[in-house]
Design a protein around this ligand. Structure first.
Ligand SMILES: [Cu+2]
Length: 113
């Protein structure tokens, strides 16, 4: 391998590295505890402020949040924590109790204070 090939390889690696940083990933997050439109709005607006989140689509009927995000800028764990921080379960990340207890009655799981 001559030095030009090494440089070429480095440049390719850089391009690939940058590419994967801004690569959009999509994920479906299970939102078992959402109850109404207020819940989905709250989740959508809290995720909308996160850097790296491209798109949020909450399906109230299926209780699933479809999130498009930039892998390398943010990961799914951070997104789940942001949802938990406003009071909702996200996949296996449980809602923060304080945030949950501050929710409106209509946004709480029936029977769970
Ligand atoms: Cu609600």
């Amino acid at each position: 391998m001559n030095k030009y090939m090494i440089i070429f390889g480095l440049v390719l690696g850089l391009i690939a590295g940058c590419g994967s940083k801004s690569e959009n990933k999509s994920a479906e997050i299970v939102l078992n505890t959402i109850q109404c439109g207020m819940c989905s709005d709250k989740i959508a607006s809290s995720l909308g402020t996160l850097e790296g989140v491209v798109k949020v689509d909450v399906d109230l009927e299926k209780k699933v949040g479809k999130v498009v995000y930039k892998a390398g800028v943010i990961d799914l764990g951070v997104i789940e924590k942001a949802i938990a921080a406003v009071g909702y379960d996200a996949n296996d990340t449980p809602a923060e109790p304080k945030a949950y207890s501050g929710l409106d009655m209509c946004c709480k799981v029936p029977g769970k204070e």
